[in-house]
Design a protein around this ligand. Structure first.
Ligand SMILES: Nc1nc2c(ncn2[C@@H]2O[C@H](COP(=O)(O)OP(=O)(O)OP(=O)(O)O)[C@@H](O)[C@H]2O)c(=O)[nH]1
Ligand SMILES: [Mg+2]
Length: 374
């Protein structure tokens, strides 16, 4: 059911990047009234799946096998990352404990996107302790660096706790284009289903028919209902209606997808605020979690992204994806230092099993194994 009351197109010049459905944005613009969401008929049943001629884009048959559980999984997936390789190369040369070593560490951290502030804090601490002759050799300094890295991340390692009384506990995923929002929702759907929670997904990325189909494919795979109103529907209305539907069924968790948007597209960024405000009409504290997804390969731009999104809606948790493969990895430290926003999960592959609760020890162990230089 597409409700014309809610239909709205993005503002001129503010199409989401990489949207293949530009023609669909030519529908006449009818402003939605945020003040009166009530007239919307409650959506009880999800409509028939949106058909699309575009190829399925959720197929992970080509993806690497799932990472093994625990620390070994993190290690095998992150060993190719820029940070693991540069720091690994440095310490496996069995370096001397001197200023050159500190400089090389500084360069390795900066190159891995740890960022200027976090790098300075880490290197200053090591320099001070080296001056106090706390380290017998480079191996001792390596151990201290590991501890400092873990200490930087520990405050943000706060898992997402689902309030079982909320019914539904509402999660809205946000982020720029292609960072892995929909994939993360699919992975979360698997996780929550395995935990025995009832779940509903809301197809709030209404810019592309393929985006709805992608979420529906994840829903089907996990036996989870997807509420959709089709392409071009108003994203806030989809979320609002999905909440009503989830509430009436006593569903425990509702996850809403949203379209990717560049943090510089002000009209689209305002729309995010609207989605959150309209959901809030269902009650204080809704949505319960605004989960921003960051592509781990993005580098320092991730900082500008979080700053811009967080200025529009209060980001309550982060997911850093694509830490496998070519990611430098360091941006996680920069994010922790800059914002202190909880990092809920890490994506270390494309399969449903490749979403991990963020674990600082496992993460640092994968980037900088204790065995280096021994
Ligand atoms: N290697 C790897 N790939 C990932 C990970 N998470 C997502 N991807 C891939 O990233 C691509 C984009 O993922 P989507 O989930 O479609 O991203 P999105 O943010 O929903 O994209 P838009 O809706 O277009 O903004 C897909 O090819 C995913 O398989 C990850 O943790 N590791
Ligand atoms: Mg998506």
């Amino acid at each position: 059911m597409v409700n014309w009351f809610w239909r709205k197109k993005p503002e001129e010049g503010e199409k989401p990047a990489e949207s293949p459905a530009a023609h669909a944005l030519e529908t006449p613009r009818i402003e939605a009234s945020e003040a009166a969401p009530a007239p919307v008929e409650p959506v009880v049943e999800a409509p028939a799946p949106v058909t699309t001629s575009e190829p399925a884009i959720d197929d992970y048959a080509h993806a690497a096998p799932a990472a093994t559980p625990g620390k070994p999984g993190w290690r095998e997936r992150l060993k190719g990352s820029g940070m693991a390789r540069s720091l690994g190369g440095l310490f496996s040369r069995n370096p001397k404990l001197d200023d050159d070593l500190l400089e090389e560490i500084e360069t390795a951290l900066l190159t891995a996107d740890v960022g200027v502030k976090a790098t300075a804090a880490l290197v200053d601490d090591l320099r001070t302790r080296m001056g106090r002759r706390e380290f017998a050799d480079a191996q001792a300094l390596l151990a201290a660096l590991r501890e400092d890295l873990v200490a930087l991340l520990r405050p943000v390692a706060q898992p997402l706790l689902i309030d079982g009384t909320a019914k539904p506990f509402v999660i809205v995923t946000i982020g720029v284009n292609g960072v892995g929002k929909t994939t993360t929702i699919g992975k979360l759907a698997r996780k929550f289903r395995d935990d025995g929670r009832s779940l509903m997904l809301a197809a709030g990325d209404t810019f592309r028919a393929a985006a709805v189909a992608q979420l529906q494919a994840w829903g089907e795979r996990n036996g989870v209902q997807v509420v959709a109103q089709g392409q071009d529907a108003d994203a806030a209305a989809v979320a609002f209606d999905a909440y009503a539907s989830a509430k009436s069924r006593g569903t425990q968790v509702l996850i809403a997808d949203t379209a990717g948007r560049l943090h510089t597209q002000s009209g689209l960024m305002d729309e995010l605020g609207k989605i959150v405000r309209v959901l809030g009409k269902h009650g204080a504290g809704i949505p319960h979690e605004i989960l921003m997804v960051i592509d781990g390969t993005t580098g320092q731009n991730a900082i500008s992204q979080v700053r811009a999104f967080n200025s529009k809606v209060p980001v309550t948790g982060l997911v850093v994806t694509k830490l496998d493969g070519t990611a430098k990895g360091g941006v996680v430290f920069a994010l922790a230092r800059e914002f202190g926003i909880p990092i809920r999960y890490a994506g270390i592959g494309e399969r449903p099993e490749d979403l991990r609760v963020f674990d600082p020890e496992a993460f640092v162990d994968a980037l900088l194994p204790a065995s280096l230089g021994q």
